[in-house]
Design a protein. Structure first.
Length: 282
């Protein structure tokens, strides 16, 4: 599988990552099989978080004997120094590792969260200290707001950003392009989520328990969607956590070719009729 440089870190990551939700709630043997197959096919980027149920335990067990083969990212929902430290220590224990290659603020969305993490006794103090201690190597964040993402980029020298990069959001909401441009100015590693998000999830949808949005399941549209995201100036994308969709994403990434202008125009026309999962607030 193709690998790309992760911004100023100079790490080389597979263009497709494995999100921890894929192994959440699975039997350990099944989780082991998914992780082993991904690594055998060239995936070296894995991402997990304490909010993903038992995913840290399942992924940690599956990576036993393979930890040195992967770039392992984790996140914290803690916004204060103490909360972030507590989650970091618990995550290290559950995953069974002595360090994370990347540690990220998880799902930054509001002004209040921004002020907490960058202020006195904010979570970033834990990140900086943990980096000095060797518990984490790189510092990043994920965000669900383009405005907050840009504020964070301006406020701290982050190594990476994990952000929704998706054709529906880009074409209908213009959500994402300004964030990508800002991150590139800082030579940050850009990681993508929500590449295969289609639209908002109906209340009666019980077919996608691991996803709060409706993921793309049509094979042709799934291919176009992931190729669109991988054609942006990013390092890697993490597909939805549904283990039924992960094999197709792997296949698309293995055979990746840049999206064409004609295909972009098709996606642009499709986007106009869809309800977006995020709105721009720039």
């Amino acid at each position: 599988m193709q690998k790309r440089i992760l911004g100023k870190t100079k790490e080389k990551l597979s263009i497709l990552g494995t999100g921890g939700i894929v192994v959440m709630n699975l039997e350990q043997d099944k989780a082991n099989s998914i992780v082993a197959d991904a690594i055998d096919r060239g995936v070296n980027y894995f991402d997990v978080a304490p909010s993903y149920g038992d995913a840290e335990i399942k992924l940690g067990n599956a990576l036993k004997g393979k930890r040195d083969k992967v770039f392992l990212a984790c996140k914290t929902g803690g916004r204060t120094k103490d909360d972030a430290r507590k989650e970091l220590e618990e995550s290290l224990k559950r995953v069974g590792t002595d360090h994370f290659d990347l540690y990220q603020l998880h799902a930054m969305t509001t002004e209040e969260e921004f002020e907490k993490v960058i202020g006195p006794n904010g979570a970033l103090e834990t990140f900086v200290k943990a980096q000095r201690e060797g518990l984490i190597r790189y510092i990043g964040f994920s965000a669900h707001s383009d405005k907050i993402a840009i504020k964070l980029i301006d406020a701290f020298d982050f190594d990476t950003i994990l952000f929704p990069i998706n054709w529906v959001l880009a074409f209908k909401e213009n959500f994402g392009p300004a964030v990508i441009e800002k991150a590139r100015e800082k030579n940050m590693g850009i990681l993508a989520i929500k590449a295969l998000a289609l639209t908002t999830k109906p209340k009666n949808d019980d077919r996608h328990p691991k996803s709060w949005y409706t993921p793309i399941e049509d094979p042709k549209l799934e291919e176009l969607s992931l190729r669109y995201t991988l054609s942006q100036p990013i390092t890697a994308a993490i597909p939805p956590g549904d283990e039924r969709l992960f094999p197709m994403a792997l296949k698309i990434a293995e055979n990746f070719t840049p999206i064409t202008e004609e295909e972009i125009e098709y996606l642009r026309s499709r986007a106009m009729d869809l309800e977006t999962i995020f709105q721009s607030n720039l």
